[in-house]
Design a protein around this ligand. Sequence first.
Ligand code: MV4
Length: 449
Amino acid sequence: MFKKILVANRGEIALRVICACKELGIRAVAIYSDADRNSLHVRFADEAICIGPPQLALSYLNIPAVISAAEIANVDAIHPGYGLLSENANFAEVCETCGIKFIGPTPDVIRLMGEKEKARAAMKKHGVPILPGSEGVIGSEGEALEWAREVGFPVIVKASAGGGGRGMRIVRSEDELPKLFRQAQSEASAAFGNGDLYMEKYVENPRHIEFQVLADEHGNVVSLGERECSIQRRHQKLLEESPSVMVTPELRAQIGGILSKTLSAVGYQNAGTVEFLMGADGKLHFIEMNTRIQVEHPVTEMVTDVDLVKSQLMIAAGAKMEEVLQGPVVHRGHAIECRINAEHPEKFTPSAGKITTFNPPGGTGVRIDTAAYAEGTIPPYYDSLIAKLIVRGKDRNEAISRMGRALEMFIVEGIYTTIPLHRRILADAEFRAGKIDTGFIERFLAKGK
Ligand code: MV4
């Protein structure tokens, strides 16, 4: 096992990784910017190194600064958390060159999954269901029109280097294709420095369902079931659950089996998330794969009792899956996560500042992942996520009532948060009935509740 690792992140996820290190007897080294001097990830790490000023590009995204800290602390490995450098293949490569283990897939596989149309082709080749669409990058507007006619309108044009909704256009008819194609292309070039596009059949108001996988470095891959992530706003997830009410044990086993074979064949290693869309037909269609630990990983941990971050560390140290899991994966009960963001309730704009009161709930089946505390300050430079409130119940109804009472007892003062929004979502009849898809939040907000 590693003796010492560097946690290349901040906030709740840095603390989450430090928890796993402590339980495995690994020394954790924190890095921090000038804005994070008083953060809990600094306090609870065994060592901490300041890597620069608050701006991301000068601190947490500054590869030479991060690598220098790792060299100075003489760590065996780096855990990148989520966001920041977590899906940067070049960073993973630099780690490798410096003899530091990157806790995640190999640079080649990160790169493959980062090129969405290549990931799509790889999944298709191994039998993962995908949506009808173009093959490879679309060369011209003329070619786009040919594919659209073959696939049938509506279609969606996506950036190959994309994700998070940028460089994406829904095209409902032939006449609007040229304009929307050019818009997607220039948006993708500006955002990613790469204007490559591909096309898929558009699914109206799909459900967003993703599968968690773990892969060891000996070719063994297991699926830990799915998470329902349809409740999103502007491509930011707000609430996630596991399992999905729409996934039967048969479908879970079928997709899990296909993913195990596919990911073993592509040489996947460590934790990963495979995203699917489910349309009205109830079928799952692959859209993208994320090569990092995700924000919503705790809902899977709550229903499987598998510690995904400890698993990541063990896998990266060479452990075999049987040692990591110690038995078959079983799913028990239902888990829900609410993302508590520091943001204005109506405007959804970030709300930085000093937290005056911080009273998180506790009790049976309640988990909170956070680095926030009373009298602590939320700096304006970073992601607005300040806490994750996760509950588990014996079934969805128990999880919903438990989350309702936990939200009622979660008091944060001094800054605005999404707690009041979550209280209203939990009370919504459609949500309670499981009638959720990616159009949920828009319909919910239109109801004016
Ligand atoms: C789609 C789609 C419908 N059909 N692809 C949005 C983010 C990107 N990762 C994929 N996205 C979508 N791809 C096809 N073929 C609808 C979306 C989409 C969406 C997906 C998941 C969660 C929320 C969403 C909100 C709007 C659109």
